[in-house]
Write a new protein. Sequence first.
Length: 377
Amino acid sequence: MSNDNKACTLLTAPAVFAVENTYQIMAPVSGEMLFWVEIGDEKYYDHSNGIIRSDTDMHRVSVPMDLLDRAGEYSVCIKRIIDRKPYFPETEEAERFTYKFRPVRSDGPVNIYHLADTHGEFAHSSQTGTFFGDDIDLLILNGDILDDSGEIENFELTFRLCETITHGERPCVFSRGNHDLRGFYAEKLADYTPTQNGKSYYTFRLGKIWGIVLDCGEDKSDSHGEYGGAVCCSQFRREETQFLKAVAEKGDYLDSAIEYRLVVVHNPFTYTNEPPFDIEQDLFAEWTEILREKIKPDCIISGHLHDTLVSEIGGKLDSKGQPCPVTVGSKPVYDEGGNLSDFIGCAITLDGGKISVSFTDSKHNVLSTQVLNKQGG
């Protein structure tokens, strides 16, 4: 395997995704290269059972969260492949890209920006996401960032947004949306997004925040003609239910250092929509009960409805007994000609046991603000 060295490059700055107690440092690339991350004297390789990967357009390295948090800096290192011969393969000299890193703050306010439903659009949504500037602590990308997975190039948008908003210097949380399941490359999505052992649902811990990412899959029954028999989300959701039960039983969210418990999920499943979107009501009611009775989150953060609203307990989205307020924070705005003219996202600040939710546009205007009291036990 020989390589055109001029074509080998990082396409964006790396994104630092929080999954469980690790960061998955991921970057899309053009060309064949060896890839690893250095934190202090430690090296962490993107490898397949001891073989450093080079024949890929997406690299992923998992590093211990506490190590990077303490170091405050990491380097992505690459060696471009000249010829990967069976004996004495040839590479260029290593090239290093160093990034400062600031973990979610343990003291003082925590600033989170939330985007969902960008549906392949970059210009307005990326500008909206820069609301906090360098004062951002965490970026949440909450599904339907792509319009579909019909082209492999579509996956790059997630990383362009992370680069523009975090510059590779802040943690990110990623959640899959229903549109991400559509298209020829949807089955490869797990190779291009953070996962826990290949699963798109997982917990994360960032400073005083404990969170869980849930994935509702598609928003209509598997038999719907739109999917052509290419999905089995009902089975997927049943498997995820067992995961949620295990998380509730394990009780990591009870750590005394945790001040806020968040649920990140694209589709606000506490709400029963109109047919054909009224699927899995018993299962989603079970999810809601587990959250309400066991985990007791402070806020559910969602998109999917292309709206900006907060549903308090007993509110608009409470069809199943909400465990806490549900915030829907993504709204594409269209002009009279049907062209996207703006994008509204959600700025969330955690401070002093309160959750401040503001909806902001691409000019960083604050359109409305609501303060929520912490719910968790």
